[in-house]
Design a protein. Structure first.
Length: 326
C-alpha cells in the first residue's frame, strides 16, 4: 500500500476480554504491523499469528507505549487501548496525512463513544460534548485550558506519532507513566513540531465498568480509590511534562505554567480522596493550581475547606452525572 508503514501498538494490562476485537480492528484497518504489549500471555482468539507479543509487567500506560514504540518497525506508530476499536478508515487516513506531510509528528482525531457491547451511545461528559478540533487552527498558542478542555480530542486510542521523532521522548514517557495521550501533544508543542487535529471519529471509545476514567457501577468507596489512584498518576505525569517544558522552553512559558497548575490540582484531588491533609491541599490548589480559573477545582476546594467528607460525596455524585450516557 502507498504511504508510510504503520504499526499499531495495542496495550493491555490484566484485561483480555476485549483484546481480540481491538487487534482485529487494527488488522481490518490495514495496519502493516500489530504489536501487543501486555502483562499476560496466551493466544488472542481469532488473530493468532498476526501480531507480535511484547511482554511488559508495568501497569503504567506510558511505559507500555514506550516499549511498543521501541519495538515497532513502522514509520508511523498509532496507539490502541485493549478495550477500544479502530474504524476501517483509520490507517488509510494516517498514511494519507503522514505521507503527504513529512513534517507531521503528531496526529489526533475524534472518537465515537460506545458501550461495553460496542453500541454507539450519547455521552454528556465534556470530553465529547465541548470538543471542536477545528478550532486548533485559530488557537492562540497560549491558552492551554481552552486547548485541553474545548479543542483537543485526546485519547490514547486516537493518538498517532512519527516513530523517529517519538523515540526521543520514550524515556520521558516512561517517567511520566500515566496520561500518555496528553503527554504526546505536550511533547509536540514543546518541540514545536507539526500537529494535526481532526473532528473525524476514527476510534470507537468503549465506556464500561472496568474503565478507570468513569464510574458507572462503582460504589462510593470504589470510586474514592479509583479517583485517588488516577489523580496521583495524572499529577506525576503533569510534573514530568512541566519539568521538561521548563528545561526546554522556560519556567515562565504558558505550557509550563499550565502543567504545574494541573499537577497541583490533581494532587489536591488525590489528597482529598485519601484524606491526607485535604484542607491544606485545597488551599494549595487555590493559590498555586488553576484555582479561581477552573470551576471544578474552585468548587471542590472551597467545599473541602468547610467539609472534606462532603466534598468527597459531591465528587462521587458529580462523576456519575458527568459520565452518564444513553
Amino acid at each position: 500500500m502507498s504511504g508510510p508503514t504503520v504499526t499499531a501498538v495495542v496495550t493491555a494490562h490484566d484485561r483480555s476480554g476485549f483484546l481480540p476485537e481491538a487487534v482485529a480492528s487494527a488488522l481490518a484497518s490495514t495496519a502493516d504491523e500489530v504489536v501487543v504489549v501486555r502483562n499476560f500471555s496466551g493466544p488472542i482468539e481469532g488473530v493468532e499469528g498476526r501480531y507480535r507479543d511484547i511482554p511488559c509487567l508495568d501497569a503504567e500506560t506510558g511505559v507500555k507505549e514506550a516499549v511498543g514504540l521501541e519495538s515497532a518497525r513502522g514509520e508511523i506508530v498509532a496507539f490502541l487501548d485493549d478495550d477500544d476499536l479502530w474504524d476501517p478508515g483509520k490507517v488509510p487516513r494516517v498514511r494519507e496525512l503522514f505521507g503527504g506531510d513529512p513534517r507531521l509528528a503528531y496526529y489526533c482525531h475524534d472518537q465515537t463513544p460506545v458501550d461495553a457491547a460496542g453500541r454507539p451511545v450519547t455521552a454528556g461528559h465534556r470530553e465529547w460534548a465541548l470538543k471542536d478540533p477545528s478550532r486548533f487552527a485559530s488557537w492562540d498558542g497560549r491558552d492551554f485550558r481552552t486547548l485541553f478542555q474545548e479543542i483537543w480530542p485526546g485519547n490514547n486510542s486516537s493518538t498517532v506519532v512519527r516513530r523517529d521523532w517519538g523515540l526521543g521522548w520514550a524515556p520521558a514517557l516512561r517517567e511520566a507513566g500515566w496520561a500518555a495521550d496528553r503527554f504526546w501533544i505536550a511533547a509536540a508543542l514543546i518541540d514545536r513540531r507539526s500537529i494535526r487535529l481532526e473532528a473525524t471519529p476514527l476510534t470507537r471509545l468503549r465506556l464500561h465498568e472496568l474503565n478507570m476514567s468513569q464510574t458507572r457501577g462503582a460504589s462510593a468507596e470504589e470510586f474514592r480509590i479509583l479517583h485517588a489512584t488516577s489523580s496521583a498518576r495524572f499529577a506525576r505525569s503533569c510534573r514530568t511534562v512541566a519539568r521538561i517544558a521548563s528545561e526546554r522552553i522556560g519556567l515562565d512559558s504558558p505550557l509550563t505554567r499550565h502543567f504545574l497548575q494541573s499537577a497541583e490540582a490533581f494532587s489536591f484531588f488525590a489528597d482529598l480522596e485519601n484524606d491526607h491533609r485535604p484542607r491544606s491541599s485545597a488551599l494549595s490548589a487555590l493559590l498555586r493550581g488553576p484555582g479561581w480559573g477552573d470551576r471544578a477545582v474552585l468548587g471542590s476546594a472551597l467545599v473541602t475547606l468547610l467539609s472534606p467528607a462532603f466534598a468527597r460525596r459531591l465528587l462521587y455524585r458529580s462523576s456519575h452525572q458527568r459520565w452518564r450516557f444513553t
